[in-house]
Write a protein that binds this ligand. Sequence first.
Ligand code: FFO
Ligand code: ATP
Length: 201
Amino acid sequence: MNEVASAAARRQLRQEIRTRRRSLPASHRIAAADALANRLLALPLAPHSGYVAGYWAMDGEIALHAWQLRLPRECIYCLPVLCDDQTLRFAPWRSGDPLCTNRYGIPEPDVSASSLLEPSRMVMVVMPLVGFDDHGNRLGMGGGWYDRSFAFRQGSAAPPWLVGAAFALQQTPPVQAQPWDVRLDAVCTEDRSFKFVSVSP
Ligand SMILES: Nc1nc2c(c(=O)[nH]1)N(C=O)[C@@H](CNc1ccc(C(=O)N[C@@H](CCC(=O)O)C(=O)O)cc1)CN2
Ligand SMILES: Nc1ncnc2c1ncn2[C@@H]1O[C@H](COP(=O)(O)OP(=O)(O)OP(=O)(O)O)[C@@H](O)[C@H]1O
């Protein structure tokens, strides 16, 4: 299959996938969030303790609430916070903790700057995405937030483990990696898990 290479092709692919994703029926979303949680918890790289990052689903993204609720007791669920240096930090968040909205209208923990955690503190990061291919390439919303925040993983091993979460319909033909792209270690959908690295026990 032809590689998706040009910026215009990526833009068009993003729009098509986002439109299809938004039109998924609620019944599928509910079952998919549950199946996703099972798959994320069953990954060989899934941690038993430490900080794990999720996201607040928007724009029809697959939801993480089932995973958050079923995490091992020693794992601390965190949400991303947009920072002025154009990278993400993370903050622990449980249902009921205060939230504010960021520039995209996405809720994020309402905490002081001093309690934000660096991306390198995470053991596992479940990343939102628009599209993914079977090599672990990720097409995001186009802001470069995750690539900038986890650029250090281009030259170093996990942790943090980087795991994409998506509906199966978000799989794309091979996407040409950009120089700044950070490859995913795994992708979980409601249907299957893709593992792009080997994990020693
Ligand atoms: N749930 C979730 N949280 C996330 C991300 C994500 O993809 N999903 N991000 C992943 O990086 C970061 C935010 N990045 C984003 C980048 C662009 C747009 C967006 O809506 N863009 C609009 C137009 C731009 C605008 O409104 O200013 C669009 O494309 O329609 C949203 C989030 C951090 N948090
Ligand atoms: N490590 C980096 N250093 C500097 N700029 C970067 C880096 N990573 C990405 N960018 C910038 O971000 C822009 C958007 O990148 P890209 O289209 O790959 O975003 P994305 O992965 O789709 O977005 P997101 O991570 O927000 O979902 C790029 O044009 C690039 O200029």
